[in-house]
Structures are given as structure tokens and as C-alpha cells.
Design a protein around this ligand. Structure first.
Ligand code: NAP
Ligand code: MG
Length: 491
């Protein structure tokens, strides 16, 4: 495990020599220490990224050259995948099979953007038709510049990949600030790019606190673009800070995503997807379908089955075979979830499953899979993200009532619909105000498809070709090609 920052292609101690404990959330033990980078380290990292962009020629490499680095990074992630997956479990708590998916997806993300980098060689300069044949206009796509990437703790290496891969593909250089709770695999990414011989300064990794290292990166005048994933509260602060010098921003924020089950749905399938949608990754998922709306005719049956199955989920250390629900990431997160469930009950919600720290563990930030019903529409539990294994289930009668309930949120990241009626599925998916709609499923995520939210769930899209757009500027180059003088002043 790494103990230094990765700046300008080298491993280096933080200027202030500070450290942060790394805690295994399943055991509450300190398993390692990582550097606590501060504004001084961000300064060094941004100047390395600036030099790599402005002087060393990274943006002038061909897409094929950048693609080759990205493919090599993907290969090295795959070679080390078991080690990386286990680190992710120690740091974040998630079950090992889920961590293995994350690492596979991270490698896949680098491979996918390698392909898009290669395509840029054909598409980064194109002629466009204009209305005046005395001129010729070309459109060039160019890298935005130095990127500040700030990521959360729920999918550590995967969130790093969603920022780093498209940024490098576009020809940007980047300073990455991982979440203080989960920096181990981000630091391993430093070792990987070093082995891939990525030019110095192209990717820099500064671990530390959001309020110190993160804040310094956000306000740094030499950073051209900020790419942030995290809470709405910090996203809003970052947007305000970026407004001061008009930095480009993309924000991936939270959600309170609905899952609608109609009477004609396959009940067992719906129960499975509801559980996946809220208990996967301990419910610490921005797109978690945390509000479940069930039509009258199947409400009782579905709720009964959901409670039965939720109670069967095996909790435990994510490294143990057969565990489906690990600990929450931190004491702070556990306390927030406990407080949210208590507040829901004070507000009148009924607790029908879970709701407590399981008695069988003497340590670890575990929390039972929890189901709430009768949750008032104006309550915190119905309106705000809990970011834990807590689902609110509510009854509805008509399709239009379901849509009104689903869309009545300041968020709009995702939504899911369970029905066997394809016409209804189309109609409802068009009416949902969300960036992602899943039909007869919840949560599948594909590198090729756009990811991001409506309303207060964010700005911009990650993944797919949309993810590359975040890191590209658009330049028009217009040439006067007529042999006649322009003749405006000189007649
Ligand atoms: P957070 O507190 O917003 O933190 C996210 C990142 O921002 C962390 O690296 C954090 O550093 C850093 N940060 C904190 N304060 C900062 C500041 N003043 N300036 C610059 N950076 C700062 O969110 P979180 O608690 O880690 O993650 C949970 C939230 O993220 C949830 O609300 C969830 O919905 C959202 N999320 C969204 C997506 C998506 O794709 N839309 C994906 C995952 C998570 P520290 O680690 O030191 O706090
Ligand atoms: Mg940790």
C-alpha cells in the first residue's frame, strides 16, 4: 500500500508531512496511513499538470498515442485486479464480488476511452458547410486543459476512471483528489500509470481532506475545468467557486430515485431489482432506487415478499464468502443513516424491516437492510438522500399518480419502471424527469451509455461519447479563400 502522493511522475511526501488514518469499516481497525496533502501539494500538482499540458505536448499527441497509454493502463488494472478488489473491500467495505465488478468496469472504462481517443484522429478537425463560399470553416476539437477531478468514496477506483480515462483521451492533464475515506486504489492508479510510462505530470494524485486539498484544487486559477462527483452541498459550493473565474464544470450529484411497480409486473423480478437497487453497495449509490412506488393490486404481496427477502440478506465483512451486505463506509456515514431512520419514525414512518445495527457484530459499521412504509411525503426520509440500505415503500392507484409522486423531487438522476406493458413503459419513461430510466431492471450501468442527472442531480453527462465532451473545447477556424479583395474599406 502506498504512503506518498503521486506528483509529476514521482512519489513524494506531502509538504506538511501530514497523514490520515485508513480504517477498515468492517473491523474499525486502522490498517494503514495515507498522506494528507494540502494546498502546497495541490500547487505542485497543478504546476506539473500545467507544464505537461502547455509545454510537454500531451495535448499534441495523437489520439492513437493516447489510446495506447489508456489500453496499457487497462491491461495493468486487469493484471492487478484481485489485489485492487481486495484493497477496495478493506477501504470501502463492499462485498468482494462487487469490488471485482468495479475493477473490471474501471479497466473497461480505460479501454472504451482508448477507442474514442483513436477516433479523435479522424474527427478532431472537420470541415463544416457554411453559407458563404468565399470562406472555408473548419471545426477543431481540442483538450480543455488542466482538469481538477474530485471523487467520492462509494466506487473509489471506478469513479477515478470515469474522470481520468476521458480526460486523458481528450488530451487533458489532470489532478485527482480522491475521497479521504477511500484513497488506496487511487494511489495504486499512480503506480499503474508510472508502469505504463505515462509522461510526468499528465496524471497527479493528491490525497487529503476535501476542505483543504479539495478546496485548493477548486479555487486554483490555473485549473481550467472541474469534474466533481459527490454531494449536492459540496457540488453547489464548487459551482459557486468555479463561477468566480468561469471554470468549466461537470457535476454528478445525488438522487432520490423512484422505482415504480405496476400491477402487471413480475413480482419476483421486481423484488430482486428493488433489493439490488437499494442494498447493492450498502445503498451508498447515487442512483439507488430509494423510493419504491407500488400499485394497489400488488402492494401487499410485494411488500410481504420484500420483507422476507430483505431479512435473509447475509451481512458481514466483505471479504467473507457469501456476504451480500458489508459495513457502511465510515462511522460518520453510519451515524447519518441511524439518525435518518430515527427521524423518519419521528415523522410518522413505519419501520417494517431492519432499522438497527445488527446485534451479532461487536465491531464494524454495519446496518440492517431497512424498509420504511407510510413515509410522509414532506418528510426528510421521503425527500432527501439517506445513502444507506434504507428504502421507502409507498402505495399508488393510477399511473398519473405514480408519475406525480415520482417526479415530485428536486433530484432527477434515475428512475425505474416494472411493467410487462411495453406501451406503458415507453409512455412512463418519456414522462419521468430523470437522466437515466431503467425498465424492468435497476442500476445496470454501461460505459457506452450517458450517465448523469436532471434538476439538482447534476450538470453534464459522464460515460459514452458524452463523457468525452466534458473534456473538449470547440474551436472554429475560418479562412478567406476567395481571390477577390474583401473590398469593405478599400474600394
Ligand atoms: P462529498 O462530501 O460531497 O465529497 C465528495 C468529494 O468532495 C470528496 O473527495 C470530498 O473530500 C470532496 N470535498 C469535500 N468538501 C470539499 C470542498 N469544500 N472542496 C472541494 N472538495 C471537497 O460526498 P461524499 O459524502 O464523499 O459522497 C456521497 C455523495 O456523493 C452522495 O450525496 C452521493 O449521491 C453523491 N454521489 C454521486 C454520484 C453520481 O454519479 N451522481 C456518485 C457517487 C456519489 P473528503 O473525502 O475529504 O470529504
Ligand atoms: Mg477507509
Amino acid at each position: 500500500m502506498r504512503t506518498q502522493l503521486f506528483i509529476d511522475g514521482r512519489w513524494t511526501d506531502p509538504v506538511n508531512k501530514g497523514q490520515l488514518d485508513v480504517i477498515n469499516p468492517a473491523t474499525e481497525q486502522v490498517i494503514h496511513v495515507i498522506p494528507k496533502g494540502t494546498a502546497e501539494d495541490i500547487e505542485l500538482a497543478v504546476s506539473a499538470a500545467r507544464r505537461a499540458f502547455d509545454k510537454d505536448g500531451w495535448p499534441n499527441t495523437t489520439g492513437a498515442q493516447r489510446g495506447a497509454y489508456l489500453r496499457r493502463i487497462a491491461e495493468l488494472i486487469r493484471e492487478r485486479s484481485e489485489m485492487l478488489a481486495r484493497l477496495e473491500v478493506l477501504d470501502n467495505g463492499k462485498p468482494l464480488p462487487e469490488a471485482r465488478w468495479d475493477i473490471g468496469d474501471a479497466a473497461g472504462c480505460f479501454e472504451y476511452y482508448a477507442g474514442l481517443a483513436e477516433q479523435l484522429d479522424d474527427t478532431s478537425v472537420v470541415d463544416i458547410a457554411i453559407s458563404d463560399d468565399r470562406f472555408r470553416t473548419r471545426v477543431r476539437r481540442e483538450a480543455v486543459g488542466v482538469v481538477g477531478g474530485i471523487i467520492p468514496w462509494n466506487y473509489p477506483l471506478l469513479m477515478a476512471s470515469w474522470k481520468v480515462a476521458p480526460a486523458l483521451a481528450a488530451g487533458c492533464t489532470i489532478v485527482l483528489k480522491p475521497a479521504e475515506n477511500t484513497s488506496l486504489t487511487a494511489l495504486e492508479l499512480g503506480a499503474i500509470v508510472q508502469e505504463a510510462e505515462l509522461p510526468a505530470g499528465v496524471l497527479n494524485i493528491v490525497t487529503g481532506l476535501g476542505a483543504e486539498a479539495g478546496q485548493a484544487l477548486v479555487s486554483h486559477p490555473q485549473v481550467d475545468k472541474l469534474a466533481f462527483t459527490g454531494s449536492g452541498r459540496i457540488g453547489s459550493q464548487i459551482m459557486a467557486e468555479a463561477a468566480k473565474d468561469i471554470k468549466r464544470i461537470s457535476l454528478e450529484l445525488g438522487g432520490k430515485s423512484p422505482l415504480i411497480v405496476f400491477d402487471d409486473a413480475d413480482i419476483e423480478g421486481a423484488v430482486e431489482w428493488i433489493m439490488f437497487g437499494i442494498f447493492w453497495n450498502q445503498g451508498q449509490v447515487c442512483s439507488a432506487t430509494s423510493r419504491v412506488l407500488v400499485q394497489d393490486g400488488v402492494y401487499d404481496k410485494l411488500l410481504t415478499r420484500l420483507i422476507e427477502e430483505a431479512k435473509k440478506i447475509t451481512l458481514g465483512d466483505g471479504l467473507k464468502e457469501g456476504v451480500l451486505l458489508g459495513p457502511l463506509v465510515s462511522k460518520q456515514q453510519l451515524d447519518q443513516v441511524i439518525a435518518a431512520v430515527a427521524r423518519a419514525q419521528e415523522d410518522g414512518a413505519q419501520l417494517v424491516a431492519g432499522g438497527h445495527r445488527p446485534g451479532e457484530f461487536s465491531q464494524g459499521y454495519f446496518f440492517q437492510p431497512t424498509i420504511l412504509t407510510e413515509v410522509p411525503l414532506d418528510s426528510h426520509a421521503w425527500k432527501e438522500e439517506i445513502f444507506g440500505p434504507v428504502v421507502c415503500v409507498r402505495r399508488f392507484t393510477t399511473e398519473s399518480e405514480a408519475l406525480t409522486l415520482a417526479n415530485d423531487s428536486r433530484f432527477g438522476l434515475a428512475a425505474a419502471v416494472m411493467t410487462q406493458d411495453n406501451v406503458r413503459a415507453d409512455r412512463v419513461s418519456a414522462a419521468l424527469r430523470a437522466g437515466i430510466v431503467w425498465i424492468n431492471c435497476s442500476q445496470p450501468t454501461f460505459t457506452e451509455a450517458p450517465w448523469g442527472g436532471y434538476k439538482q442531480s447534476g450538470i453534464g453527462r459522464e460515460l459514452g461519447k458524452w463523457g468525452l465532451e466534458n473534456y473538449l473545447e470547440t474551436k472554429q477556424v475560418t479562412t478567406y479563400i476567395s481571390r477577390d479583395p474583401w473590398g469593405w474599406y478599400i474600394k
